[in-house]
Design a protein around this ligand. Structure first.
Ligand code: SF4
Length: 246
């Protein structure tokens, strides 16, 4: 069954510091009043123009097998293949920041307002990332309420186009979830419109299933190795919980 989520903009909009880090400004470095003003302006535009919304639907492991197979272009071995068998609940999701804010970014670039356009682009991308984290938390809470989940469970998302799951996997994901219902379409190159949209699989399971060695062949060309930060967060959270119960 499809469920819809309307995200609270205040919950997902990034802090100014995060926007600066995203733009490559080192921590603690002061920026000019002009740059500071542009960031404030971009955040105001994002608040006015974005309509963050999501859709998710639980999927059984055997149903997901065919979705994951996609067009048969995945890497031979992927983290998900090892995570799924040990998971306890799965849900496909799609979310978008909406078409208006994406059009606004395009208009700013067309008007040669690259500075504001780039900052708004960064704000929208960071907000989409935060919306994914919100989805992970919400799905975890949803399962806890239904008592399908235990306290040492973690929900993490995995997306087509990353970690060996070929981008063409979007097609089957769309066939199952129908993100068109929240205004997201897919073109022949598997790119989504609006651009500031994310799809993926929410995987619930014991913390340890999300911990793995990132030594797959495709890891060599991975630019941000985001799995490392995610694994570190899980390990630190678990350590913190253990200290509390000591
Ligand atoms: S290093 Fe990159 S490609 Fe490899 S598992 Fe981590 S995030 Fe995925």
């Amino acid at each position: 069954m499809n469920k819809f989520t309307r995200f609270d903009i205040h919950e997902i909009i990034p802090k100014k510091e995060s926007v600066l880090r995203n733009m490559g400004v080192p921590k603690g470095k002061n920026v000019s009043n002009k740059a500071d003003g542009l960031i404030s302006m971009a955040m105001d535009i994002f608040s006015d123009e974005s309509r963050p919304v999501g859709i998710h639907s639980e999927i059984l492991k055997n149903e997901f097998e065919s979705t994951f197979e996609g067009q048969g272009k995945n890497a031979k071995d992927t983290p998900l293949q090892h995570v799924i068998p040990h998971s306890n609940r799965l849900a496909l999701f799609a979310l978008t920041m909406g078409k208006d804010v994406c059009e606004k970014i395009g208009v700013l670039f067309n008007d040669n307002n690259f500075a504001l356009g780039s900052i708004l682009d960064a704000v929208a991308s960071l907000s989409a990332d935060k919306a994914v984290s919100t989805y992970e938390r919400n799905f975890s809470n949803e399962l806890l309420k239904r008592q399908n989940n235990q306290s040492d469970n973690t929900v993490l998302s995995y997306s087509p186009g990353y970690c060996g799951w070929h981008i063409s996997g979007q097609k089957k994901l769309f066939q199952y979830l129908h993100p068109e219902k929240i205004g997201i379409s897919l073109n022949d190159n598997y790119l989504m419109n609006p651009l500031k949209s994310v799809t993926g699989l929410l995987v619930s399971g014991k913390d340890k299933i999300h911990i793995f060695k990132a030594n797959y062949p495709f890891c060599r060309s991975c630019k941000d190795a985001s799995c490392q930060g995610r694994m570190k967060r899980i390990i630190n959270l678990r350590k913190g919980n253990e200290r509390k119960s000591d």
